[in-house]
Structures are given as C-alpha cells and as structure tokens.
Design a protein around this ligand. Structure first.
Ligand SMILES: [Cu+2]
Length: 155
C-alpha cells in the first residue's frame, strides 16, 4: 500500500522531467538544423548575371562577361564601361582584375584591361576550374575601393 502511494507520487515528477528533456531535444535539434542551413548557405550562393552594374568612387561601371557562363581554361572577354559622375566616359583608367574561386585555393588568375574606345575597357580572364568564382576589380591601384562580382565557370 505504501509502495503504491510512493510510486504514484513519483510518476508526475518523472513525467514532467521527460517532457522537459523532449523540449530540450527538439530545441537542440532545431538549433543544429539552423546552424547546418547557415553553414551550407555560402555554397548555394548563386552567380551574378552576365552584366552587373556598380558604382565606383567617381561614377558608374557596367561590367559584362561576354560569353556567359565563362569557360574553364579559356580566354573569356571581360568588357567594362566606365563613366564619371556626369555620365561621360572615364578615360585612361588602369583596370586590374583578380579571379579567385570561392571557398577553394586552387589558384588565382590576374589580368589587366586595355582601353579599346573612350571609357570602354577589355581584357581576357581564365577561370581554372568549373564552379563559382569571385572577380575583384582594382581601379587605378586603389585597393581601398575594390569592386567585386561573382561569376559562374563551366567546361
Ligand atoms: Cu577550385
């Protein structure tokens, strides 16, 4: 008789304790799932379109990768149109681009552009592997205002 009372006394306590650990389990699972989703996110970044528009210190920039997506281990033409704040062609700029793969250390590719018409600059970039790449543009050696965009490379 005494035992029965004791066990029925214990039951509600154990019950709420196991409910608490269930809540803890679910909360922990949700937290782990959230972290996994956040960690996977950089890999699911989608590449920019063929043409991107940027603003730079003195005006605007239209950045085109002519054949898109870019081709691995081949020359891909990068065409940049630079304008000043008034919308006039920005002439005589020195443009240098670095290509590097996102989330990998498989090698960078650096190239410079030449002005083919007033404010029109052209150069050839070579992605080394298929996947997502980041292109960083330095205008007139100004490393404090680097302009970046992503691009997709395929075989
Ligand atoms: Cu790579």
């Amino acid at each position: 008789m005494t035992e029965t009372i004791n066990s029925s006394d214990n039951t509600p306590h154990n019950h709420s304790k196991s409910r608490m650990s269930w809540v803890l389990f679910i909360v922990t699972s949700l937290a782990v799932m959230a972290i996994v989703v956040l960690m996977l996110r950089p890999q699911s970044i989608s590449a920019d379109a063929a043409i991107t528009i940027h603003s730079h210190t003195n005006g605007q920039l239209e950045w085109t990768i002519v054949d898109y997506p870019a081709t691995v281990l081949a020359n891909n033409t990068f065409q940049l149109i630079l304008t000043d704040a008034a919308g006039n062609p920005l002439e005589g700029a020195q443009l240098d681009i670095k290509l590097e793969m996102i989330g990998m250390v498989c090698g960078d590719f650096d190239f410079s552009l030449t002005e083919t018409a007033p404010g029109f600059y052209s150069g050839e970039g070579v992605p080394l592997m298929p996947g997502l790449w980041k292109a960083s543009l330095i205008i007139d050696g100004d490393r404090d205002s680097i302009i970046t965009r992503t691009l997709k490379a395929v075989y």
